[in-house]
Design a protein around this ligand. Structure first.
Ligand code: F0G
Length: 467
C-alpha cells in the first residue's frame, strides 16, 4: 500500500458530532484561563482531541443496541453474566470482577496484596498504577527493556528487561514482591507491544519464585495484533487464540475497558485465586458496588461485553493499527521526531528533540502541548517531566523523566485521515517557528498525579516577550 495511505475504515458513519475551531485570540484566552494545563480546557473549546484514547472511542450499532438490553437489577443482573462469560472466554480466568474503570481494579487488587514497603515491578507502570501502588505503601518499579529507549526500529520495544527483573528478585527476595505486572501494550513506553516470548519468560521467572504474574491489559488486543504481525509462529493464529495464550501465562489481569473494550466506561479484575477474589470483592463492595455491577450500570456492562468482542476483529485491528502508523508517517514527514516504530494507540513526539532549546526543567513536552492547542485547537498530553517528574522526598532534588514526550492518542473509530492530516500540518507549522517557543514553570502542584491539576506560567524564549 502507498506509504501515505492506511486501510479504509471497515465501517461507515451513522451519527456525527460537530466540532469547530475557535478563533486564535479565543484560543489564547482559553490557554491563559486553563493556566496552560490542557486538562483544564473545556472539550467544547477543542477542535481535535487527542488527549487520550481512553473512553473516547465511538461505539458500534451493535453496542448501542446492547445498551437497550442492559439489566439494571442490583444483584445478579443478566448483563453481568453476559459480560462474565465473554471476559472469561477471552482471559480464561475464574473470577471476573467488574469495576467502573481500570484504576479501581488497581486499587482493589493492590489493597488486597500489598504490604508497606513491598515492590511491584512492571515493564513500565502507567501513572495510575504507579500512583495506586505508592498510595497503598508499595514501591512501583519499572524494568523496560534496554531497546525501549533506543532509536532502533524493533518490533517489541515494550518488553520487560527480564535480566534486571531476575537480579532484582534475587536481591530483594520474592517475599517482598507480591506481584509482577506486564502492561500490554506498554503505554508509558510509546504504546510499544510486548512479545509472547517475553511474556512467557517473565511468567516463568515469576512462577519459579512464587510471585503472582498480572497483566495490565488495557490494550491487549492491539498487542496481540502486533504479535500476529511480527512474532514468528503467530501469523496463522486468530487474535482470539493469541489472546488466550497470552492470558494463559498470568494469574490475573486488570483491564481498563475504555481502551480495547471499545466502551466509554468500564473495567475489570480477572483472577484465578479464590481467596484473592474474596478479598478483592469485600473491598469492592465498600468502595465500588456489588460484584455483579462493580460501579457500572447494566447497560454499560453490556456495551463493554460487545466491545471486547469487536476489538478482536482483525479487519478492525488492521485499520486501527494502520491508521496510527499512517499518523506516525505524516507527522514525521511534517518534521516531528517520533518514537519508532509507531505504537498501537498513539504517536509520541520526542519534544526534547523537537524543541532542543528548552531544558527538562522547563518542560519541553508541555511547551509543545500548549503550542498544539495555540496553533490548531489540538489537545495532546505531555508524558515527560511534568507527568513523571517531581521532587525526591528525601533529598528534595528535582527528578526528571527519562524522556520528554508528547502523546497524540488516537481515539478508536472517531477521526478520519483528514483530521490526522490537519494535525500533521499544524505540527509542521509549529516546527517552522520553534525558536519563538519558550518553556514553562510550575506555579501550583499536587502530590499525586500532579499533571491533572498543575498550574503553569509561560517562560518567554530569549529575546521574545510572551503574549
Ligand atoms: N493502565 C493503563 C496501561 C492505562 O493506559 C490506563 C489509562 C489505566 C491503566 C487506567 O485506566 O483510566 O480506566 O482508570 N490510561 C488512560 C490514558 C487514562 O490516557 O492512557 P482507567
Amino acid at each position: 500500500m502507498d506509504k501515505f495511505k492506511h486501510p479504509a475504515e471497515p465501517f461507515r458513519i451513522k451519527a456525527v458530532e460537530p466540532i469547530a475551531l475557535l478563533p486564535r485570540e479565543k484560543r489564547e484566552e482559553v490557554l491563559r484561563a486553563a493556566k496552560y494545563n490542557v486538562f483544564k480546557i473545556k472539550a467544547q473549546d477543542i477542535y481535535i482531541d487527542l488527549l487520550t484514547d481512553s473512553g473516547t472511542g465511538a461505539m458500534s450499532n451493535q453496542q448501542w443496541a446492547a445498551l437497550m438490553m442492559g439489566d439494571e437489577s442490583y444483584a445478579g443482573a443478566r448483563s453481568f453474566y453476559r459480560f462474565e462469560s465473554i471476559v472469561r472466554d477471552i482471559t480464561g480466568k475464574k473470577h471476573i470482577i467488574p469495576t467502573h474503570q481500570g484504576r479501581v481494579a488497581e486499587n482493589v487488587l493492590f489493597s488486597s496484596i500489598l504490604k508497606k514497603g513491598d515492590y511491584i515491578p512492571n515493564n513500565t507502570h502507567f501513572d495510575t498504577t504507579r500512583a495506586n501502588v505508592s498510595h497503598k505503601g508499595g514501591i512501583p518499579i519499572d524494568f523496560p527493556c534496554p531497546e525501549a529507549s533506543s532509536d532502533e526500529e524493533l518490533p517489541f520495544k515494550g518488553n520487560m528487561d527480564t535480566l534486571r527483573l531476575r537480579r532484582f528478585i534475587e536481591e530483594k527476595g520474592a517475599d517482598r514482591i507480591p506481584a509482577v505486572f506486564m502492561t500490554v501494550t506498554n503505554n508509558s513506553m510509546g504504546g510499544q507491544p510486548v512479545s509472547m516470548s517475553n511474556i512467557r519468560e517473565t511468567a516463568a521467572l515469576c512462577k519459579e519464585n512464587g510471585i503472582l504474574f498480572f497483566f495490565d491489559c488495557a490494550r491487549y488486543a492491539e498487542n496481540c495484533y502486533f504479535i500476529k504481525q511480527y512474532e514468528p509462529g503467530y501469523q496463522n493464529k486468530s487474535i482470539k487464540e493469541i489472546a488466550l495464550e497470552l492470558f494463559s501465562y498470568a494469574d490475573g489481569a486488570l483491564m481498563s475497558a475504555k481502551k480495547d473494550g471499545l466502551a466509554n466506561m468500564g473495567g475489570f479484575a480477572a483472577v484465578n485465586d479464590d481467596d484473592l477474589a474474596r478479598r478483592i470483592i469485600e473491598l469492592l463492595i465498600i468502595i465500588e458496588g456489588f460484584p455483579t455491577y462493580g460501579g457500572m450500570s447494566g447497560r454499560d456492562i453490556d456495551a463493554v461485553a460487545v466491545g471486547l468482542q469487536e476489538a478482536l476483529n482483525e479487519d478492525y485491528l488492521e485499520y486501527r493499527i494502520g491508521q496510527v502508523a499512517y499518523f506516525g508517517r505524516i507527522l514525521e514527514r511534517a518534521g516531528a521526531p517520533i518514537i519508532k516504530p509507531s505504537g498501537g494507540h498513539a504517536i509520541f513526539i520526542d519534544a526534547a528533540r523537537f524543541l532542543p532549546h528548552i531544558p527538562n526543567r522547563h518542560f519541553p513536552g508541555q511547551a509543545l502541548t500548549v503550542e498544539l492547542y495555540r496553533e490548531g485547537g489540538i489537545r495532546a498530553v505531555e508524558i515527560g517531566s511534568l507527568m513523571f517528574g517531581g521532587y525526591d522526598p528525601n533529598t528534595g532534588e528535582e527528578i526528571h523523566a527519562a524522556r520528554e514526550l508528547v502523546r497524540l492518542a488516537v481515539p478508536r473509530r472517531v477521526y478520519t485521515a483528514s483530521h490526522l492530516d490537519y494535525v500533521a500540518e499544524i505540527v509542521g507549522r509549529i516546527g517552522n517557528r520553534k525558536d519563538q517557543i519558550g518553556g514553562f514553570k510550575i506555579t501550583r502542584q499536587a502530590t499525586y498525579l500532579r499533571h491533572f491539576t498543575v498550574e503553569l506560567d509561560e517562560i518567554a524564549p530569549k529575546g521574545i516577550s510572551v503574549k
